[in-house]
Design a protein around this ligand. Structure first.
Ligand SMILES: Cc1cc2nc3c(=O)[nH]c(=O)nc-3n(C[C@H](O)[C@H](O)[C@H](O)COP(=O)(O)O)c2cc1C
Length: 166
């Protein structure tokens, strides 16, 4: 798959088949996350791989829009220190993971965990860490419907050239 196509065609997908993700695919996806840059190359992000169905059900109850992660064969929770963890670094890692997954034919979607304590109790990271975001992934649910993109604002509304446009 062409890189531009992989980026532009990637849709956030929340329906999965129960087929497990192979160890090889999971390894490639995690490597893609590992190679994401970070501020000062501090590499403060950590990833907890969650596949146990009961644990995924708990994660599904840990976000306001997270119910679908119960059906995602793999949920990757991105854990960062509260002091120093950067949203930009989480985003870079998550996007690497999701674009790489897309290239392997896997579906994925970001998920926000609003109930910080619940996620901490489940995954066991210390009080000075948090897992605000994760990624659910797996093989797309059949039939593979072409998911339409949620509308995006036009490019000329997104982009200003040289100066902020009033
Ligand atoms: C920071 C961030 C948090 C998100 N959190 C959730 C979430 O909690 N639950 C969910 O279903 N989708 C979540 N999404 C997915 C967005 O809804 C999705 O990116 C948007 O609808 C565009 O989808 P599309 O690329 O398929 O058009 C999140 C996306 C981002 C960037």
């Amino acid at each position: 798959m062409d890189v531009y196509e992989a980026i532009v065609d990637k849709r956030d997908t929340r329906s999965f088949s129960p087929d497990p993700v192979s160890d090889e695919d999971l390894h490639r996806v995690l490597q893609a996350g590992r190679m994401a840059g970070s501020a000062k190359n501090q590499q403060l992000n950590r990833i907890v791989v969650v596949t146990d169905p009961d644990d995924r059900a708990t994660l599904a109850e840990s976000g306001k829009f997270a119910d679908w992660v119960a059906g995602a064969p793999v949920v990757l929770a991105i854990v960062v220190p509260k002091e120093g963890g950067k949203a930009f670094d989480i985003g870079r890692m998550a996007q690497n993971i999701m674009v790489a997954a897309h290239g392997l034919g896997l579906a994925s979607c970001p998920v926000t965990f609003h109930d910080e304590d619940r996620v901490r109790d489940l995954l066991g990271f210390p009080d000075d860490h948090e897992a605000p975001m994760g990624v659910g992934l797996g093989h797309p649910a059949p039939p593979e419907e072409e998911k339409q993109s949620s509308p995006r604002i036009p490019l000329d509304e997104l982009v200003d050239w040289g100066r902020w446009k009033a």
